[in-house]
Design a protein around this ligand. Structure first.
Ligand SMILES: [Zn+2]
Length: 189
């Protein structure tokens, strides 16, 4: 309904007001965000944790529906972008060569120093016990060895301290303490 004084609707007046005071409003928003940063990120974390199961279920369903089309789509995408991807990964590799070397060195040193031994048979047995599925997301993907308690935290390089995770879950877990990781993912209290 137009205001008699201006001939503008309320929405138009509000919009004009927001435009006139854009800077002040944005500063206020920022201020409010800064004051509540902790609460806001806690809320986001809680929301993320709350529907992680739903997201996983959706992922599993999507993987089941028409895997051939999904694979074909992915292949087509890679073919279209092969050149770009190669250039990108070469650049990334160069960029990270040094830190990768350092990380690998540290990993080898940790493995050598960690108590216990792990054989190829052990790895195969653990993978079979998991039905060759990722221990975390249950998807059938290429699996990597994960130290449940990271070597970095004093975990042993033994069969009882490993699980097989897909690359994505493994990198998500990183060096996290297993309990802390599960809590972060909303699984343990
Ligand atoms: Zn996984």
């Amino acid at each position: 309904m137009p205001y008699p004084s201006s001939g503008l609707t309320k929405a138009e007046r509000d919009k004009a007001f927001r435009q006139r005071h854009a800077e002040k409003i944005s500063a206020k928003k920022k201020e409010k965000y800064a004051a509540n940063r902790e609460a806001i990120s806690a809320k986001r974390r809680a929301e993320y944790a709350a529907d992680i199961e739903a997201r996983r279920a959706l992922q599993r369903v999507r993987a089941l529906i028409d895997p051939e089309t999904r694979r074909a789509k992915r292949r087509a995408w890679y073919q279209r972008n092969a050149e770009k991807m190669r250039a990108y990964s070469a650049a990334q590799k160069r960029k990270h060569a040094e830190s990768t070397r350092a990380i690998n060195q540290r990993r080898r040193a940790l493995k050598a120093a960690a108590p216990g031994t792990l054989t190829a048979d052990d790895i195969a047995a653990v993978s079979a016990a998991q039905g060759h599925r990722c221990a975390w997301c249950s998807l059938k993907r290429k699996l990597t060895v994960d130290h449940i308690t990271p070597l970095f935290r004093g975990g042993h390089h033994t069969k009882s301290n490993i699980q097989m995770l897909c690359r994505s879950c493994n990198s998500k877990k990183g060096h996290a303490d297993p309990i802390a990781f599960a809590q972060r993912e909303g699984l343990l209290l």
